[in-house]
Design a protein around this ligand. Structure first.
Ligand code: ADP
Ligand code: MG
Length: 296
């Protein structure tokens, strides 16, 4: 009888008796309590300012003899979506890491919203208005979605300041923006890959950035999740926030981005309006590994 009881508990209550009771309690609360509707997420989008949000000149990052990023210039205009594309290993992630301060630039300058951030550590760049997500999702897996996003909301000078209640409120609004508000109190490791990516974006949005850096947010998503991602990017953009996105999906890139910069072997090989760049023979050659004639 004891053995049978253990087997039944393993099968029907995988979270244990307490986990089962808590599940019932949660379901009860959800049914009885009115669902909280948070205030809409306030995004200042960096406010007004010059037409350029980010001005990068001669940016290089060398790892010993390897020139992962080599004298790259990048100008990002306010309010649009700018895509950074290129084959694997062309230096896209390294560029983002140098922009956000995880790597120290070998050479070059980075000016964000008129402020030179080249020598600043990552947290000071966040304060200056950089938000980012990672190619390999980096969330605190044992924390809830809300707790993860609250960390992003907490920065000096941000709308929520450092007051826990205001931080939670702002985090809830950010989760509502990515349509995950009803799962705010669930542990993030139980989320699907696509939803984890959305939580990362919410965490970046909670800090009210001037410029949002997204490293392959579409990687590993299925086709319906990609449609959701595209709509989310459009909603963010509609709020006036500037986005720099790395992605391999040319359909997504051509749908959301107005400007494209292309890297190959760490060097910038093309830059300009999306339609022109995607027709550029060097870009076609870099992507298909053939001469422009064959590619055409
Ligand atoms: P992408 O994101 O465009 O696929 P990466 O920026 O990740 O490319 O990498 C560009 C090049 O830099 C690759 O050759 C990679 O091996 C190298 N690289 C990236 N990070 C490091 C590092 N921390 N140390 C040494 N080499 C690195
Ligand atoms: Mg990369």
């Amino acid at each position: 009888i004891y053995g049978a009881a253990v087997i039944l508990i393993v099968v029907f209550m995988p979270d244990g008796i307490w986990g089962y009771l808590r599940g019932l309690l949660d379901r009860f609360k959800r049914a009885v309590l009115p669902t909280r509707t948070s205030a809409a997420l306030q995004l200042s989008g960096g406010g007004q300012g010059s037409e350029t949000v980010l001005e990068v000149r001669g940016l290089s990052k060398h790892f010993g003899g390897l020139k992962a990023v080599d004298e790259v210039d990048l100008t990002i205009r306010r309010g649009g979506v700018h895509a950074l594309i290129g084959p694997n290993g062309s230096g896209k992630t390294t560029t983002l890491n140098v922009l956000s301060g995880l790597y120290k630039a070998t050479a070059g300058s980075i000016v964000l919203n008129g402020q030179d951030i080249t020598g600043l550590p990552p947290h000071a760049r966040t304060r200056a208005g950089l938000g980012r997500t990672f190619q390999n999702i980096r969330l605190w897996r044992s924390m809830t979605a809300l707790e993860n996003v609250m960390v992003g909301a907490e920065r000096p000078g941000s709308p929520a300041g450092n007051d826990p209640a205001a931080l939670a409120e702002r985090a809830r609004a950010a989760l509502a923006f990515v349509e995950l508000e009803d799962r705010a109190d669930e542990v993030v490791s139980s989320f699907s890959y696509g939803h984890q990516r959305a939580v990362e974006i919410a965490r970046a949005l909670a800090g009210d950035p001037v410029l949002l850096l997204l490293d392959e947010p579409g990687a590993g998503l299925n086709s319906s999740e990609k449609v959701e991602l595209r709509d989310l990017l459009k909603r963010i953009s509609a709020r006036g926030l500037t986005i720099l996105i790395i992605d391999h999906d040319m359909t997504l890139v051509s749908e959301v981005a107005q400007h494209i910069t292309v890297l190959n072997f760490g060097r910038r090989i093309a830059d300009g309006y999306s339609a022109d760049v995607l027709k550029h023979p060097d870009v076609i050659a870099a992507y298909l590994g053939t001469g422009p004639d064959a590619a055409a």
